[in-house]
Design a protein around this ligand. Sequence first.
Ligand SMILES: N[C@@H](CCC(=O)N[C@@H](CSS)C(=O)NCC(=O)O)C(=O)O
Length: 303
Amino acid sequence: MLRISYGLARASLSSWPSLKPRSGPALCGPKSRALWGIRSSSAAAYTTSSSSGGKLLFRQLFEEESYTYTYLLADVSHPDKPAVLIDPVDKTAERDLSLVKELGLKLIYAMNTHVHADHVTGTGLIKMKVPGVKSVISRASNSRADHFIEAGDKICFGDLFLEVRATPGHTLGCVTYVSGDRPGQPQPRMAFTGDALLIRGCGRTDFQGGNSLQLYHSVHSQILTLPKDTLVYPGHDYRGFSVSTVGEEMLYNPRLTKDEETFKKIMENLNLPYPKMIDVAVPANMVCGLQDLSSEAVGAASN
Ligand SMILES: N[C@@H](CCC(=O)N[C@@H](CSS)C(=O)NCC(=O)O)C(=O)O
């Protein structure tokens, strides 16, 4: 059933262990200047997509306490300049919103790649400060948000879109957002991998439903199968890197270039201390970062 006019397009249902993205109908709303919505695969009438595509504005933003990257993407060729934020952090939400305002963008989605354990998401604060922004997270995360996405869904902003790939293993609900593969979408493609694939590393698998063999399978089947020039934008970097490519990670990732048994052993022996904020961050992020607000405020923010 069509619930909202434009924006998120549902290709079909999917769940692990079948990680294969299902190709759905073509997707981003009629070229008539659409902004957002949810479309199910049964809404077959909605198959119009733009052949020209949009013009991408892209910013990589950094939160230095948790070494988290937040990504701002917008279609600046659309009159409304619709924008999305991927993995905003509460501590830098004001900074990000100032940038959105200065650039004249209309923020429509505040999206998470997963339930973070090391910082509180900025999505709750952003929703409070900018009415109309909708939060997005995977259904498999079992957390609270306005929109729950699944493998194969497409998240549209103007004439641009991101496709959703299920990449569990760091957590059960991890997804990677990948820029579109149609003419008019940015080239090379861009993959926002959250903590599934880090530059020359990957997310740990020792809590929150983590599973090293699942992560190995996710990364190999959903990310490393993308074109080699696909830009890899991770959820964190602890060593000063900002971007990699699929080709580079296939050659040089010290964990994921190994066979799966070796990978499993590496992951079992990381011996990382638990993230300092895990006891605060996980419960907060399960409710979209709205933990400090009254139930009335949470309700209002969810509308
Ligand atoms: N020291 C940090 C947490 C560092 C950490 O555990 N990072 C995670 C991603 S955030 S849950 C991870 O998967 N790291 C993999 C690696 O190999 O470093 C803190 O206390 O917050």
